[in-house]
Design a protein around this ligand. Structure first.
Ligand code: 5GP
Ligand code: SF4
Ligand code: MG
Length: 465
Protein backbone atom coordinates (compact mmCIF):
# COMPACT_ATOMS: atom_id res chain seq x y z
CA UNK A 1 0.00 0.00 0.00
CA UNK A 2 0.93 3.67 -0.19
CA UNK A 3 0.41 6.39 2.42
CA UNK A 4 0.63 10.16 2.10
CA UNK A 5 -0.17 13.18 4.27
CA UNK A 6 0.16 16.96 4.17
CA UNK A 7 -0.20 19.75 6.75
CA UNK A 8 0.09 23.52 6.43
CA UNK A 9 -1.05 24.11 2.84
CA UNK A 10 -4.40 25.35 1.51
CA UNK A 11 -6.62 22.54 0.19
CA UNK A 12 -4.31 19.83 1.47
CA UNK A 13 -6.52 17.08 -0.02
CA UNK A 14 -5.53 18.15 -3.54
CA UNK A 15 -1.87 17.58 -2.65
CA UNK A 16 -2.75 14.22 -1.13
CA UNK A 17 -4.62 13.18 -4.29
CA UNK A 18 -1.54 14.00 -6.38
CA UNK A 19 0.74 12.19 -3.93
CA UNK A 20 -1.47 9.11 -4.00
CA UNK A 21 -1.50 9.20 -7.80
CA UNK A 22 2.32 9.02 -7.73
CA UNK A 23 2.05 6.07 -5.30
CA UNK A 24 -0.54 4.23 -7.39
CA UNK A 25 1.94 1.43 -8.18
CA UNK A 26 1.78 0.52 -4.44
CA UNK A 27 -1.95 -0.23 -4.59
CA UNK A 28 -4.60 -0.09 -7.29
CA UNK A 29 -7.66 -1.62 -5.65
CA UNK A 30 -8.93 1.42 -3.79
CA UNK A 31 -8.00 4.75 -2.26
CA UNK A 32 -9.18 7.13 0.41
CA UNK A 33 -8.57 10.63 1.75
CA UNK A 34 -9.50 12.26 5.08
CA UNK A 35 -9.19 16.02 5.61
CA UNK A 36 -9.97 18.43 8.42
CA UNK A 37 -11.34 21.94 8.18
CA UNK A 38 -11.82 24.33 11.13
CA UNK A 39 -15.52 24.93 10.42
CA UNK A 40 -16.54 21.71 8.67
CA UNK A 41 -14.56 19.27 10.83
CA UNK A 42 -13.38 15.90 9.51
CA UNK A 43 -14.44 14.71 6.06
CA UNK A 44 -13.57 11.55 4.20
CA UNK A 45 -14.00 9.84 0.85
CA UNK A 46 -13.13 6.23 0.06
CA UNK A 47 -13.43 4.80 -3.43
CA UNK A 48 -12.61 1.67 -5.43
CA UNK A 49 -10.20 1.99 -8.32
CA UNK A 50 -7.58 4.46 -9.43
CA UNK A 51 -6.92 7.83 -7.80
CA UNK A 52 -7.14 9.55 -11.21
CA UNK A 53 -10.69 8.23 -11.79
CA UNK A 54 -11.99 9.44 -8.41
CA UNK A 55 -9.99 12.16 -6.71
CA UNK A 56 -9.76 14.45 -9.75
CA UNK A 57 -13.45 15.34 -9.71
CA UNK A 58 -14.07 18.85 -8.37
CA UNK A 59 -17.41 17.69 -6.93
CA UNK A 60 -15.58 15.18 -4.73
CA UNK A 61 -12.54 17.30 -3.85
CA UNK A 62 -14.82 20.16 -2.71
CA UNK A 63 -16.06 17.84 0.04
CA UNK A 64 -12.48 17.51 1.41
CA UNK A 65 -11.50 21.05 2.47
CA UNK A 66 -8.87 22.18 4.95
CA UNK A 67 -5.11 22.61 5.55
CA UNK A 68 -4.47 19.03 6.72
CA UNK A 69 -5.22 15.71 4.99
CA UNK A 70 -3.97 12.13 4.74
CA UNK A 71 -4.62 9.36 2.23
CA UNK A 72 -4.03 5.73 1.37
CA UNK A 73 -3.91 3.55 -1.74
CA UNK A 74 -4.73 -0.06 -1.09
CA UNK A 75 -3.81 -3.47 -2.33
CA UNK A 76 -4.81 -6.38 -0.15
CA UNK A 77 -2.14 -8.68 1.25
CA UNK A 78 -1.81 -12.14 2.74
CA UNK A 79 -3.93 -11.48 5.84
CA UNK A 80 -7.03 -10.43 3.94
CA UNK A 81 -9.90 -12.76 3.13
CA UNK A 82 -11.80 -12.35 -0.12
CA UNK A 83 -12.15 -9.24 -2.26
CA UNK A 84 -11.77 -5.72 -0.85
CA UNK A 85 -14.97 -4.26 0.62
CA UNK A 86 -15.38 -0.50 0.82
CA UNK A 87 -15.36 -0.79 4.63
CA UNK A 88 -11.78 -2.11 4.39
CA UNK A 89 -10.58 0.96 2.52
CA UNK A 90 -8.43 3.36 4.56
CA UNK A 91 -7.89 5.86 6.17
CA UNK A 92 -9.73 4.66 9.27
CA UNK A 93 -11.23 7.23 11.60
CA UNK A 94 -11.87 7.24 15.35
CA UNK A 95 -13.49 9.79 17.66
CA UNK A 96 -11.82 10.02 21.08
CA UNK A 97 -12.52 12.16 24.15
CA UNK A 98 -9.82 14.60 23.04
CA UNK A 99 -11.00 14.73 19.39
CA UNK A 100 -10.89 12.72 16.20
CA UNK A 101 -7.99 10.99 14.51
CA UNK A 102 -7.55 9.24 11.17
CA UNK A 103 -4.86 6.70 10.31
CA UNK A 104 -3.46 5.19 7.14
CA UNK A 105 -1.27 2.10 7.42
CA UNK A 106 1.17 0.46 5.02
CA UNK A 107 2.45 -2.94 6.09
CA UNK A 108 0.97 -5.91 7.83
CA UNK A 109 0.34 -6.53 11.52
CA UNK A 110 1.53 -10.05 12.32
CA UNK A 111 -0.37 -10.39 15.61
CA UNK A 112 -3.64 -8.87 14.37
CA UNK A 113 -5.75 -12.01 14.98
CA UNK A 114 -4.79 -12.21 18.63
CA UNK A 115 -5.27 -8.45 19.09
CA UNK A 116 -8.66 -8.50 17.37
CA UNK A 117 -9.89 -11.40 19.54
CA UNK A 118 -8.79 -9.62 22.70
CA UNK A 119 -10.30 -6.29 21.63
CA UNK A 120 -13.64 -7.82 20.63
CA UNK A 121 -13.85 -9.67 23.96
CA UNK A 122 -13.34 -6.34 25.72
CA UNK A 123 -16.08 -4.58 23.73
CA UNK A 124 -14.48 -3.10 20.60
CA UNK A 125 -16.83 -2.96 17.63
CA UNK A 126 -14.83 -3.59 14.44
CA UNK A 127 -16.09 -2.05 11.21
CA UNK A 128 -13.74 -3.80 8.78
CA UNK A 129 -11.79 -7.02 8.31
CA UNK A 130 -8.51 -5.10 8.08
CA UNK A 131 -5.60 -5.74 10.45
CA UNK A 132 -4.98 -1.98 10.51
CA UNK A 133 -8.22 -1.25 12.35
CA UNK A 134 -6.70 -2.76 15.52
CA UNK A 135 -4.63 0.42 15.87
CA UNK A 136 -7.75 2.60 16.25
CA UNK A 137 -9.26 0.28 18.89
CA UNK A 138 -5.99 0.05 20.82
CA UNK A 139 -5.89 3.86 20.79
CA UNK A 140 -9.45 3.99 22.11
CA UNK A 141 -8.48 1.80 25.08
CA UNK A 142 -5.38 3.82 25.98
CA UNK A 143 -5.65 6.05 29.05
CA UNK A 144 -3.22 8.67 27.70
CA UNK A 145 -4.42 12.26 27.49
CA UNK A 146 -3.43 13.09 23.90
CA UNK A 147 -3.54 11.34 20.57
CA UNK A 148 0.21 10.97 19.86
CA UNK A 149 0.62 9.31 23.29
CA UNK A 150 -2.33 7.02 22.56
CA UNK A 151 -0.74 6.07 19.25
CA UNK A 152 2.50 5.20 21.02
CA UNK A 153 0.57 2.99 23.46
CA UNK A 154 -1.28 1.30 20.61
CA UNK A 155 1.75 0.71 18.41
CA UNK A 156 3.79 -0.78 21.26
CA UNK A 157 1.26 -3.64 21.27
CA UNK A 158 1.42 -4.15 17.52
CA UNK A 159 3.91 -6.55 15.93
CA UNK A 160 4.98 -6.66 12.31
CA UNK A 161 5.54 -4.04 9.67
CA UNK A 162 3.96 -0.62 9.83
CA UNK A 163 4.52 2.75 8.28
CA UNK A 164 1.65 4.84 9.59
CA UNK A 165 0.52 8.32 8.58
CA UNK A 166 -2.11 9.76 10.92
CA UNK A 167 -3.77 13.10 11.58
CA UNK A 168 -5.67 14.93 14.29
CA UNK A 169 -7.36 18.30 13.80
CA UNK A 170 -3.99 20.04 13.79
CA UNK A 171 -1.22 17.42 13.83
CA UNK A 172 0.22 15.22 11.10
CA UNK A 173 1.85 12.11 12.60
CA UNK A 174 4.22 9.61 11.00
CA UNK A 175 5.57 6.38 12.53
CA UNK A 176 7.76 3.52 11.30
CA UNK A 177 7.95 0.15 13.04
CA UNK A 178 11.12 -0.58 15.04
CA UNK A 179 12.71 -2.52 12.15
CA UNK A 180 11.65 0.04 9.55
CA UNK A 181 10.41 -2.68 7.18
CA UNK A 182 8.30 -0.34 5.05
CA UNK A 183 9.47 3.09 3.85
CA UNK A 184 8.31 6.56 4.98
CA UNK A 185 9.83 9.93 4.11
CA UNK A 186 9.45 13.54 5.18
CA UNK A 187 9.17 16.47 2.77
CA UNK A 188 8.82 20.25 2.92
CA UNK A 189 6.14 21.76 0.71
CA UNK A 190 6.06 25.56 0.80
CA UNK A 191 5.30 26.51 4.41
CA UNK A 192 3.91 23.03 5.06
CA UNK A 193 5.10 19.45 5.49
CA UNK A 194 4.43 16.14 3.75
CA UNK A 195 4.83 12.48 4.70
CA UNK A 196 5.01 9.90 1.93
CA UNK A 197 5.78 6.25 1.33
CA UNK A 198 8.24 7.27 -1.40
CA UNK A 199 10.12 10.33 -2.60
CA UNK A 200 8.55 10.12 -6.10
CA UNK A 201 5.32 11.42 -4.54
CA UNK A 202 7.15 14.41 -3.03
CA UNK A 203 8.41 15.30 -6.51
CA UNK A 204 4.91 15.45 -8.01
CA UNK A 205 3.78 18.15 -5.53
CA UNK A 206 7.04 20.09 -5.77
CA UNK A 207 8.03 19.19 -2.20
CA UNK A 208 11.64 19.07 -1.11
CA UNK A 209 12.85 15.72 0.27
CA UNK A 210 14.01 16.42 3.84
CA UNK A 211 14.87 12.96 5.21
CA UNK A 212 13.58 9.47 5.88
CA UNK A 213 11.61 8.83 9.05
CA UNK A 214 13.98 6.57 11.02
CA UNK A 215 13.05 2.99 11.91
CA UNK A 216 11.20 3.16 15.25
CA UNK A 217 10.73 6.92 15.02
CA UNK A 218 7.51 8.90 15.48
CA UNK A 219 7.25 12.44 14.15
CA UNK A 220 4.51 14.84 15.22
CA UNK A 221 4.20 17.73 12.78
CA UNK A 222 2.30 20.98 13.19
CA UNK A 223 2.57 24.22 11.25
CA UNK A 224 5.26 25.16 13.82
CA UNK A 225 7.59 22.27 13.01
CA UNK A 226 8.57 18.63 13.46
CA UNK A 227 8.97 16.91 16.84
CA UNK A 228 10.69 13.52 16.93
CA UNK A 229 10.12 10.67 19.42
CA UNK A 230 11.48 7.13 19.91
CA UNK A 231 8.54 5.16 21.33
CA UNK A 232 10.07 1.69 20.92
CA UNK A 233 13.14 -0.22 22.13
CA UNK A 234 15.95 0.32 19.66
CA UNK A 235 16.72 -2.55 17.28
CA UNK A 236 18.93 -2.91 14.19
CA UNK A 237 16.84 -1.97 11.16
CA UNK A 238 15.60 -4.51 8.60
CA UNK A 239 14.25 -2.60 5.61
CA UNK A 240 12.44 -4.67 2.96
CA UNK A 241 15.04 -5.53 0.30
CA UNK A 242 12.22 -6.25 -2.20
CA UNK A 243 11.32 -2.53 -2.20
CA UNK A 244 14.65 -2.07 -4.00
CA UNK A 245 13.97 -4.93 -6.42
CA UNK A 246 10.35 -4.38 -7.38
CA UNK A 247 7.98 -2.53 -5.12
CA UNK A 248 9.24 1.05 -5.12
CA UNK A 249 9.27 3.26 -8.19
CA UNK A 250 12.64 3.53 -9.97
CA UNK A 251 12.64 7.33 -9.59
CA UNK A 252 12.45 7.10 -5.78
CA UNK A 253 15.39 7.38 -3.35
CA UNK A 254 15.62 4.66 -0.68
CA UNK A 255 18.23 4.72 2.07
CA UNK A 256 20.12 7.41 0.16
CA UNK A 257 20.25 5.30 -3.01
CA UNK A 258 18.42 5.75 -6.28
CA UNK A 259 16.16 2.75 -6.83
CA UNK A 260 16.97 2.89 -10.55
CA UNK A 261 20.72 2.72 -9.92
CA UNK A 262 20.27 -0.18 -7.51
CA UNK A 263 18.27 -2.10 -10.12
CA UNK A 264 20.87 -1.39 -12.78
CA UNK A 265 23.54 -2.64 -10.34
CA UNK A 266 21.51 -5.84 -9.77
CA UNK A 267 21.49 -6.38 -13.55
CA UNK A 268 25.23 -5.83 -13.72
CA UNK A 269 25.77 -8.29 -10.86
CA UNK A 270 23.54 -10.81 -12.59
CA UNK A 271 25.60 -10.51 -15.79
CA UNK A 272 28.81 -11.11 -13.83
CA UNK A 273 27.39 -14.06 -11.87
CA UNK A 274 25.57 -15.74 -14.76
CA UNK A 275 27.04 -14.75 -18.10
CA UNK A 276 25.58 -16.20 -21.28
CA UNK A 277 26.37 -16.06 -25.01
CA UNK A 278 23.45 -14.24 -26.60
CA UNK A 279 22.43 -11.66 -29.22
CA UNK A 280 19.88 -9.54 -27.36
CA UNK A 281 19.02 -8.50 -23.80
CA UNK A 282 15.31 -7.89 -23.38
CA UNK A 283 13.45 -6.66 -20.29
CA UNK A 284 10.08 -7.99 -19.22
CA UNK A 285 8.54 -4.51 -18.96
CA UNK A 286 8.27 -2.49 -16.89
CA UNK A 287 9.53 -4.15 -13.74
CA UNK A 288 12.55 -5.82 -15.41
CA UNK A 289 13.76 -2.82 -17.41
CA UNK A 290 16.44 -1.19 -15.20
CA UNK A 291 18.02 -4.58 -14.41
CA UNK A 292 18.02 -5.48 -18.11
CA UNK A 293 19.83 -2.20 -18.89
CA UNK A 294 22.45 -3.12 -16.27
CA UNK A 295 22.79 -6.63 -17.69
CA UNK A 296 23.31 -5.25 -21.20
CA UNK A 297 25.85 -2.65 -20.08
CA UNK A 298 27.89 -5.19 -18.14
CA UNK A 299 27.75 -8.00 -20.72
CA UNK A 300 28.10 -5.83 -23.81
CA UNK A 301 25.12 -7.63 -25.38
CA UNK A 302 22.80 -5.16 -27.17
CA UNK A 303 19.67 -4.06 -25.32
CA UNK A 304 16.33 -4.09 -27.14
CA UNK A 305 12.63 -3.76 -26.39
CA UNK A 306 11.71 -7.24 -27.58
CA UNK A 307 8.53 -7.08 -25.54
CA UNK A 308 6.24 -4.06 -25.62
CA UNK A 309 3.77 -3.28 -22.88
CA UNK A 310 0.36 -1.76 -23.48
CA UNK A 311 0.36 1.23 -21.10
CA UNK A 312 -3.44 1.34 -20.95
CA UNK A 313 -3.88 -2.09 -19.42
CA UNK A 314 -4.39 -1.45 -15.72
CA UNK A 315 -3.47 -3.99 -13.07
CA UNK A 316 -7.08 -4.04 -11.92
CA UNK A 317 -8.46 -4.80 -15.39
CA UNK A 318 -11.61 -6.83 -14.92
CA UNK A 319 -11.39 -9.77 -17.28
CA UNK A 320 -14.98 -10.19 -18.43
CA UNK A 321 -15.08 -13.51 -20.23
CA UNK A 322 -13.28 -16.84 -20.08
CA UNK A 323 -12.03 -16.29 -23.65
CA UNK A 324 -10.38 -12.99 -22.73
CA UNK A 325 -9.04 -14.32 -19.41
CA UNK A 326 -7.24 -17.11 -21.27
CA UNK A 327 -5.29 -14.56 -23.26
CA UNK A 328 -3.42 -13.86 -20.00
CA UNK A 329 -0.25 -11.80 -20.40
CA UNK A 330 -1.10 -11.17 -24.08
CA UNK A 331 -3.52 -8.51 -22.87
CA UNK A 332 -0.60 -6.58 -21.42
CA UNK A 333 2.54 -7.65 -23.27
CA UNK A 334 3.28 -8.23 -26.94
CA UNK A 335 6.41 -9.54 -28.67
CA UNK A 336 8.27 -7.28 -31.06
CA UNK A 337 8.69 -10.04 -33.69
CA UNK A 338 11.00 -8.17 -36.04
CA UNK A 339 13.55 -7.77 -33.26
CA UNK A 340 13.33 -11.28 -31.80
CA UNK A 341 13.40 -13.50 -34.91
CA UNK A 342 16.45 -15.77 -35.16
CA UNK A 343 18.09 -14.37 -32.01
CA UNK A 344 19.40 -15.86 -28.79
CA UNK A 345 17.48 -13.78 -26.27
CA UNK A 346 18.25 -13.00 -22.60
CA UNK A 347 14.99 -12.11 -20.83
CA UNK A 348 15.41 -10.12 -17.61
CA UNK A 349 12.58 -9.91 -15.06
CA UNK A 350 12.50 -8.80 -11.43
CA UNK A 351 11.10 -11.97 -9.90
CA UNK A 352 9.50 -15.34 -10.47
CA UNK A 353 6.58 -15.95 -8.14
CA UNK A 354 4.16 -18.55 -9.50
CA UNK A 355 6.04 -18.78 -12.77
CA UNK A 356 2.96 -18.17 -14.89
CA UNK A 357 4.23 -14.89 -16.40
CA UNK A 358 7.63 -16.35 -17.29
CA UNK A 359 6.11 -19.40 -18.93
CA UNK A 360 3.75 -17.43 -21.13
CA UNK A 361 6.42 -14.95 -22.13
CA UNK A 362 8.77 -17.76 -23.09
CA UNK A 363 6.04 -19.22 -25.35
CA UNK A 364 5.49 -15.84 -27.00
CA UNK A 365 9.23 -15.33 -27.60
CA UNK A 366 9.66 -18.80 -29.11
CA UNK A 367 6.54 -18.34 -31.28
CA UNK A 368 8.15 -15.16 -32.59
CA UNK A 369 11.10 -17.21 -33.83
CA UNK A 370 13.74 -16.77 -31.12
CA UNK A 371 16.56 -19.31 -31.37
CA UNK A 372 17.22 -19.55 -27.62
CA UNK A 373 15.63 -18.08 -24.47
CA UNK A 374 17.67 -17.45 -21.31
CA UNK A 375 15.95 -16.12 -18.20
CA UNK A 376 17.90 -13.89 -15.79
CA UNK A 377 16.03 -12.87 -12.63
CA UNK A 378 16.90 -9.77 -10.59
CA UNK A 379 16.05 -11.38 -7.25
CA UNK A 380 16.88 -14.72 -5.60
CA UNK A 381 14.23 -17.47 -5.85
CA UNK A 382 11.05 -16.41 -4.00
CA UNK A 383 10.61 -19.48 -1.82
CA UNK A 384 8.74 -17.98 1.15
CA UNK A 385 5.61 -15.84 1.49
CA UNK A 386 5.81 -12.25 2.73
CA UNK A 387 3.83 -11.47 5.89
CA UNK A 388 4.87 -7.82 6.04
CA UNK A 389 2.73 -6.17 3.41
CA UNK A 390 3.70 -7.58 0.01
CA UNK A 391 1.19 -9.86 -1.63
CA UNK A 392 2.79 -13.25 -2.26
CA UNK A 393 0.76 -16.44 -2.59
CA UNK A 394 0.93 -19.30 -0.10
CA UNK A 395 4.08 -21.36 -0.01
CA UNK A 396 2.72 -24.27 -2.05
CA UNK A 397 2.03 -21.89 -4.97
CA UNK A 398 5.56 -20.48 -5.06
CA UNK A 399 7.52 -22.17 -7.84
CA UNK A 400 10.82 -21.88 -5.96
CA UNK A 401 9.33 -23.56 -2.89
CA UNK A 402 8.45 -26.62 -4.98
CA UNK A 403 11.43 -26.98 -7.32
CA UNK A 404 15.19 -26.61 -7.61
CA UNK A 405 16.58 -24.12 -10.11
CA UNK A 406 17.17 -26.90 -12.66
CA UNK A 407 13.60 -28.16 -12.21
CA UNK A 408 12.26 -24.63 -12.63
CA UNK A 409 14.30 -24.26 -15.82
CA UNK A 410 12.79 -27.47 -17.21
CA UNK A 411 9.28 -26.49 -16.05
CA UNK A 412 9.53 -23.10 -17.76
CA UNK A 413 11.00 -24.75 -20.86
CA UNK A 414 13.88 -22.30 -21.31
CA UNK A 415 17.50 -22.85 -22.32
CA UNK A 416 18.80 -21.51 -19.02
CA UNK A 417 17.48 -19.86 -15.86
CA UNK A 418 19.58 -18.01 -13.27
CA UNK A 419 18.72 -15.84 -10.27
CA UNK A 420 20.92 -13.21 -8.64
CA UNK A 421 22.46 -14.62 -5.45
CA UNK A 422 21.38 -13.15 -2.10
CA UNK A 423 24.96 -11.90 -1.65
CA UNK A 424 24.86 -10.33 -5.10
CA UNK A 425 21.61 -8.57 -4.22
CA UNK A 426 23.11 -7.19 -0.97
CA UNK A 427 26.13 -5.91 -2.93
CA UNK A 428 23.83 -4.16 -5.38
CA UNK A 429 22.05 -2.34 -2.54
CA UNK A 430 25.41 -1.11 -1.26
CA UNK A 431 26.62 -3.78 1.19
CA UNK A 432 30.14 -4.25 -0.17
CA UNK A 433 30.70 -7.38 1.93
CA UNK A 434 27.44 -9.03 0.86
CA UNK A 435 24.93 -10.42 3.35
CA UNK A 436 26.16 -10.86 6.92
CA UNK A 437 24.39 -14.10 7.95
CA UNK A 438 24.76 -13.26 11.66
CA UNK A 439 23.13 -9.84 11.30
CA UNK A 440 21.53 -9.21 7.91
CA UNK A 441 20.87 -5.50 7.28
CA UNK A 442 17.60 -6.07 5.39
CA UNK A 443 14.47 -8.15 5.62
CA UNK A 444 14.92 -10.85 2.97
CA UNK A 445 12.49 -13.43 4.38
CA UNK A 446 10.81 -14.17 1.04
CA UNK A 447 14.21 -15.38 -0.22
CA UNK A 448 15.89 -16.72 2.95
CA UNK A 449 12.93 -17.89 5.06
CA UNK A 450 14.44 -15.92 7.99
CA UNK A 451 11.55 -13.85 9.31
CA UNK A 452 12.76 -10.88 11.41
CA UNK A 453 9.34 -10.67 13.14
CA UNK A 454 7.61 -13.90 14.13
CA UNK A 455 4.52 -14.28 11.88
CA UNK A 456 2.30 -15.24 14.84
CA UNK A 457 -1.05 -15.10 13.04
CA UNK A 458 0.19 -17.34 10.24
CA UNK A 459 1.79 -19.81 12.66
CA UNK A 460 -1.58 -19.97 14.45
CA UNK A 461 -3.17 -20.82 11.06
CA UNK A 462 -0.70 -23.66 10.53
CA UNK A 463 2.19 -22.01 8.69
CA UNK A 464 5.43 -23.92 9.40
CA UNK A 465 8.74 -22.04 9.52
P1 5GP B 1 4.56 -14.93 -11.61
O1 5GP B 1 3.90 -14.95 -12.94
O2 5GP B 1 5.87 -15.66 -11.58
O3 5GP B 1 3.63 -15.38 -10.53
O4 5GP B 1 4.84 -13.41 -11.23
C1 5GP B 1 6.01 -12.76 -11.58
C2 5GP B 1 5.70 -11.36 -12.03
O5 5GP B 1 4.89 -10.70 -11.06
C3 5GP B 1 6.95 -10.51 -12.19
O6 5GP B 1 6.97 -10.01 -13.50
C4 5GP B 1 6.81 -9.38 -11.22
O7 5GP B 1 7.06 -8.14 -11.85
C5 5GP B 1 5.41 -9.42 -10.72
N1 5GP B 1 5.35 -9.28 -9.25
C6 5GP B 1 6.26 -9.62 -8.34
N2 5GP B 1 5.81 -9.33 -7.09
C7 5GP B 1 4.59 -8.80 -7.22
C8 5GP B 1 3.62 -8.29 -6.31
O8 5GP B 1 3.80 -8.26 -5.09
N3 5GP B 1 2.46 -7.80 -6.83
C9 5GP B 1 2.22 -7.80 -8.19
N4 5GP B 1 1.07 -7.29 -8.64
N5 5GP B 1 3.12 -8.27 -9.07
C10 5GP B 1 4.28 -8.78 -8.61
FE1 SF4 C 1 10.10 -7.43 1.73
FE2 SF4 C 1 10.33 -10.04 1.23
FE3 SF4 C 1 10.64 -9.07 3.72
FE4 SF4 C 1 8.24 -9.10 2.56
S1 SF4 C 1 9.47 -10.89 3.13
S2 SF4 C 1 9.15 -7.43 3.74
S3 SF4 C 1 8.78 -8.67 0.43
S4 SF4 C 1 11.94 -8.69 1.92
MG1 MG D 1 6.66 -7.77 -13.96
Amino acid sequence: CGVFGVVGVADAANFVALGLHALQHRGQEAGGIVSHDATLGFNSARRFGYVRDNFTKASLMETLPGPIAIGHVRYSTSGSKGPTQIRDVQPFFGEFSMGGAAIAHNGNITNANALRRELIERGSIFQSSSDSECIIHLMARSLQQNIPERMKDALRRVEGAFSVVAMTRTKLIGVRDPLGVRPLVLGRVGEGWALSSETCALDIIGAEFVREIEPGEMVVITEKGVESYQPFDRKPSRFCIFEHVYFSRPDSILGGRSVYETREAIGRGLARESAVDADLVCPVPDSGTPAAIGFALESGIPFGMGIVRNQYMGRTFIEPTEQIRNMGVRLKLNVNRALIRGKRVVLVDDSVVRGTTSRKIKDMILDAGAKEVHFRIASPPTAWPCFYGVDTPERDKLLAAQMTEDEMCAHLGVDSLRFISLDGLYKAVGEAGGRDPAAPRYCDACFSGEYPVKPSDMIERGFAL
